[in-house]
Design a protein around this ligand. Sequence first.
Ligand code: SF4
Length: 382
Amino acid sequence: MAKHALLSASSAERWLHCTPSARLCEKLEDTSSTYAAEGTLAHSIGELQLKLALKLITKRQYNSAIKAIKDNELYYEGMLDEVEEYTNYAIETYNEALSKTKDAVIFLEERLDFSSYVPEGFGTGDCIIIADGELEIIDLKFGTGVEVSPIDNAQLKLYALGAYEKYGFIYGIEKITLTIAQVRKNNISSWTITASMLEEWAENELKEKAELAYAGKGEQTPGAWCTFCKIKANCRARAEASLNFYNSHNEDPHLLGIAEIAEILGQADVIEKWAKEIKLYALDEALKGTKYPGWKLVAGRSNRVINDEDALANVLVETGYTEDKIYKPKTLEGITNLEKVVGKKRFTELSVEFISKPPGKPTLVPESDKRPELDSAEEDFF
Ligand code: SF4
């Protein structure tokens, strides 16, 4: 199986804007998410549905492969229908192409090499349709977060470049359409450019940036693309951009002016996001043993829980407390209310076997916090 490319198409938006990011992330562990695994499963379904529609596999082969997919824990009812939106679009586009010319061709899960412009660059095109000097590349997206646009989409432009390198000469391709099929967001949208525009971009912009990225050179440039960067939490450039974005207008030496507050508000979400990420990162590192000067790990706040509500209720009723006193309309009162009804001391005596207090979630707090310091060894918490 091919190894993961350093300058992958899926991360191109990031390394094209911030060229050193690829090398900076290179040695960090790939924490593949459930979403990514779900996307991979959806791609397998899409490929099977297309192969069946194109009669490249039999119904029996399809059923057997789908049966295995249904055993995957990430499979859910409705997944086949969702992916079918992509399949239907691809088949309709292919049929339309066939109606124009019987020479129309379709390629599925094609390995695309764009290494003439991007060192070691390759990727996989989900579906490519070529007819009459036009090439359309259709990319299945299974995410439900941000809506993905095909316009100037770096990932699709790289796939298109690979497809153009492979088939451009053979089929005399002049026009290229990039299509995003983001099925769970009802987003099937396309963008068309000429082959010469794509080549121009590749020669004049992509090549130079890819060389810088491959060499790990250039300037770290923060922006929206940081979201998918493995060093987003401890990146110096991002921290400096978040902390030093504001230049005082000095309208008033003591109070911020309306325009200044407006400027700060404009950056507030970016700072908040960055701050949350650095807190999560620092907690994670602290749990692994990193000691941050002035900070310590402590048990977070936690509440007592009743382990066996029925047993405690039985004891209280047997002791003489009526049910309307100790029960909420349907559930047992919380510990504080039960203490009020029964009396703190007596309740403690009656409930001692049924109440426990789990350890609080580890939290990083300033050293001045009164709670005792926890050992940072990970086994203390798991
Ligand atoms: S976090 Fe952003 S600025 Fe920093 S290396 Fe990654 S992409 Fe570049």
